[in-house]
Write a protein that binds this ligand. Structure first.
Ligand code: UDX
Length: 448
């Protein structure tokens, strides 16, 4: 008989996992404590921007293979496998991850399970959590019901979440029993049949794989951004530098794009939670370099603000057009978005900021309602004293500098993502400053 799956937590990760598992042929029940979210998902409506996901959600809420509920009792009677996909946000005022939602949902589903089943953690957690949670499951499970436990980290990227879930580049599971592994092999039979690497290991390794991957990616970005500080001072081309070192197969070119740095719901909080966790383990200096990674990253935002201030003199009353506030293109997510942070800081220093993002305006407005959000690039740049490209949506990368020139007050462009062709923009009469590049213009402006 085909396994019945539940997915507890229907945010980004959970909604994607639930819809993709239904696409793979499983009967899936999504569970969340947020009734409004469950109602809208049941209607096939998705509150997030993710290419391909709305179609899958509609397809399987209509086929009946995907349903949603707020009832743990229903989930406990239904599921053979329960995936835990709730959030582990940064604790207020601390670096550590908040495990409240994971603990509560694991305990609730263990209590509710009325048939033998497997609970599988997917959330990003401090190492050691899986072993502790397994103990919690043993305490909470009903007499006569066997509830097993496993860890299965998730590596999906926003903007590619469906693709990453249906065709992952690797599968990692942390298990302590052959039966848990057999069940997970059944869940992922489709990917395994395509020879996707399948790594079966212990709980601790599985938990660490996730945080190690994110810490490495964050380090790679801050590495190139640290070199940006050097090239901004001494000269040189940061893009060419990245291309040249990236050709070394041991290094690789991906995640070496210099700019205003990383943000989002994962990388920033995960490197902080990792530092907090290893300190708890008594390894105070082990992950200290991640503090530097974080600081280099945050300094890029300072630099963007500094460039705007230098180019415009006082910011008071100056019109700044901000192109992009999502933490990355093809996403409407503004969690810890460097772009939104820079926009808000310019506004707070007195600039008249117009913001246009193809997908993230609404989410940004919830966070910073006082910025002026407009619904087209043309409206954003009208009469601008400075245009700042902060998230590299294709719409901005491909914009025609001559066309834009006609709309602005001053042809000044700040390329915060290193995606524009300097020669082309300069030929169209623009003064352009990019992060990671030494700028005579900036030196002149600073001298005045
Ligand atoms: C990340 C991991 O990639 C993913 O495997 C994990 O499951 C969740 O966290 P995501 O948060 O979707 O995914 O974004 P990612 O594509 O990794 O980008 C993170 C941030 O780094 C973005 O703000 C992006 O703009 C920035 N970035 C990325 C750079 O500044 N330079 C780069 O070269 C690459």
């Amino acid at each position: 008989m085909t396994l019945r799956l539940t997915v507890i937590g229907t945010g980004y990760l959970g909604a994607t996992h639930a819809a993709c598992m239904a696409e793979l042929g499983f009967e899936v029940l999504g569970v969340d404590v947020d009734k409004e979210k469950i109602d809208s998902l049941s209607r096939g409506e998705l509150p997030i921007h993710e290419p391909g996901l709305p179609e899958l959600l509609r397809k399987h809420t209509e086929s009946g293979r995907l349903r949603f509920t707020t009832s743990f009792e229903e989930a406990g009677a239904f599921g053979d496998v329960h995936f835990i996909a709730v959030g582990t946000p940064q604790r207020a005022g601390e670096h550590a991850a908040d495990m409240t939602y994971v603990d509560a949902s694991v305990a609730a589903i263990a209590r509710a399970a009325t048939k033998d089943s497997l609970i599988v953690g997917k959330s990003t957690v401090p190492v050691g959590s899986a072993r502790r949670l397994k103990g919690l499951v043993a305490e909470e499970a009903r007499d006569g019901v066997t509830v097993n436990f496993a860890w299965n980290p998730e590596f999906l990227r926003e903007g590619f979440a469906v693709e990453d879930t249906l065709r992952p580049d690797r599968l990692v599971i942390g298990v302590d029993s052959a039966s848990a592994e057999a069940t997970l092999r059944e869940v992922y039979a489709d990917a395994i049949s395509r020879e996707t690497p399948f790594i079966s290991t212990d709980f601790e390794t599985a938990e660490l794989v996730k945080v190690a991957a994110n810490a490495f990616l964050a380090t790679k970005i801050s590495f190139i951004n640290a070199f940006s500080e050097v090239t901004e001072t001494v000269g040189g081309n940061i893009r060419t530098l990245a291309d040249a070192i990236g050709l070394d197969a041991r290094i690789g070119r991906r995640f070496l794009n210099a700019g205003i740095g990383f943000g989002g719901g994962c990388l920033p909080k995960d490197i902080r939670a990792l530092q907090a966790r290893v300190s708890e383990l008594g390894l105070d200096s082990t992950m200290r370099f991640l503090n530097e990674v974080d600081e280099v990253n945050l300094r890029r935002r300072d630099r963007a603000v500094h460039v705007a201030e230098t180019l415009l003199g006082a910011l008071e009353g100056k019109r700044v057009a901000v192109l992009g506030v999502a933490f990355k293109p093809n996403s409407d997510d503004v969690r810890d978005s460097p772009a939104l942070d820079v926009a808000a800081r310019l506004f707070n220093s007195g600039a008249d900021v117009s913001v246009y993002d193809p997908a993230a305006n609404a989410n940004a407005a919830k966070r910073y309602p006082r910025l002026n959000y407009v619904d087209s690039l043309a409206t954003a740049v009208a009469d601008a004293d400075l245009v700042m490209l902060l998230t590299e949506w294709n719409e901005f990368v491909n914009v025609d500098p001559a066309e834009l020139a006609a709309a602005v007050s001053h042809k000044r462009m700040f390329d915060g993502r290193n995606v524009l062709d300097h020669e082309k923009w300069t030929a169209a009469g623009w003064d352009i400053v990019s992060l990671g590049h030494k700028s005579e213009l900036l030196e002149l402006a600073a001298a005045n």
